[in-house]
Design a protein around this ligand. Structure first.
Ligand code: NI
Length: 168
């Protein structure tokens, strides 16, 4: 089967809340592999289920492959269990908003609880770009996009631009 295309803003599926994955079956592993293929081909460093119309709580990421050290990761039913008070601003892009990058402030460090492809529940701390990526992808599972995290005044200023994207 051909890999699914990446959905672009303002596709309504990007705004839906994804369902839990639950048990890790062969079918779930196949979805994870498909998502990694799509992410690398894009090329991107993170992809969440809803971005391909897969409405389950799954995301994949690889923050270092573009630097020559691939580290494919798959997170199922992820929850952020703690976040640092220290915030950091990083440029974020999104495969569903091609051509956009936004400087967004988010916690510098987060602890993520997730299920891995073996079905084991894990807890892992992320810092640096990986922490930003985890938060961005986790947001997708609740229908939240990076453009929702911008300062409301800036959001208003770029509203016409977002609306023009919607008309394409
Ligand atoms: Ni995104």
């Amino acid at each position: 089967m051909t890999d699914r295309p990446i959905l672009l803003f303002p596709d309504p599926r990007l705004r839906a809340v994804a369902e839990p994955v639950g048990e890790v079956t062969e079918e779930v592993r196949a979805v994870a592999e498909e998502m990694l293929r799509i992410m690398y081909a894009a090329p991107g460093r993170g992809l969440a289920g809803p971005q391909i119309g897969e409405m389950r709580r799954i995301f994949v990421m690889d923050c270092t492959w573009k630097d020559g050290t691939p580290d494919p990761r798959v997170m199922l039913d992820p929850e952020i269990v703690s976040a640092s008070e220290t915030l950091v601003t990083r440029e974020e892009g999104c495969l569903s908003l091609p051509g956009f990058t936004l400087g967004l402030q988010r916690p510098e460090e987060v602890v993520l609880r997730y299920t891995d492809l073996d079905g084991t529940r894990r807890e892992e701390s992320f810092t640096g770009f990986a922490a930003t990526c985890v938060q961005h992808e986790r947001d997708h599972l609740d229908g939240v996009l990076c453009i929702d995290r911008i300062d409301p005044e800036i959001r208003e200023a770029i509203a016409p631009l977002l609306a023009s994207l919607g008309q394409k």
